[in-house]
Design a protein around this ligand. Structure first.
Ligand SMILES: *[C@@H]1O[C@H](CO)[C@@H](O)[C@H](O)[C@H]1NC(C)=O
Ligand SMILES: *[C@@H]1O[C@H](CO)[C@@H](O)[C@H](O)[C@H]1NC(C)=O
Length: 146
């Protein structure tokens, strides 16, 4: 019993990397399929290329404003979240960037919905443009029963 409890603690402390279909089901349950004209496969493809499904991914862009990208959807601290390090952050999602690294991805989903409602939609994400736009992306949700 003690061993099981310890194992649970170790699991909580490590980064959560989603399995493809687990992510597809979680995003579907959150209403991402069909959200503002997007498809579920768009989001799974986007998450694959932006973070490789790793909720803890952070990338410092080393730009003039010291902005970084956070979480599954690599949301930018210059525009969308506040990390306390980025010069003149707009924090349009009104969220701490650290909340976008949680195993519980609801904050990331809520912020991504706000991004996609903006004027460039999914084209806000460079990796979506390069790897998902105009491609056959059905394989990202294939076999997931969604
Ligand atoms: C840095 O922030 C300023 C002011 O918000 C903005 O005009 C500029 O484009 C930003 N630079 C970069 C590299 O993001
Ligand atoms: C830039 O951001 C990183 C974290 O993303 C932080 O550790 C560092 O202190 C920041 N640098 C400045 C000058 O704010």
């Amino acid at each position: 019993m003690k061993a099981l409890v310890l194992l649970g603690l170790v699991t909580v402390a490590s980064a959560k990397v989603f399995e493809r279909c687990e992510l597809a089901r979680t995003l579907k349950a959150a209403g991402m399929d069909g959200f503002h004209g997007t498809k579920l496969a768009d989001w799974v493809c986007l998450a694959k290329w932006e973070s490789d499904y790793n909720t803890k991914k952070v990338k410092n862009l080393k730009d003039r404003n010291n902005s970084s990208l956070y979480g599954l959807f690599q949301l930018n601290s210059k525009l969308w979240c506040d990390d306390g390090q980025t010069h003149e952050s707009k924090n349009a999602c009104r969220v701490k960037c650290s909340a976008l690294l949680s195993d519980n991805i609801q904050a990331s989903i809520a912020c991504a919905k706000k991004v996609v409602k903006g004027e460039n939609g999914l084209r806000n994400w460079v990796d979506w443009r390069h790897h998902c736009e105009g491609r056959d992306i059905r394989k990202y949700v294939a076999g997931c029963g969604v």
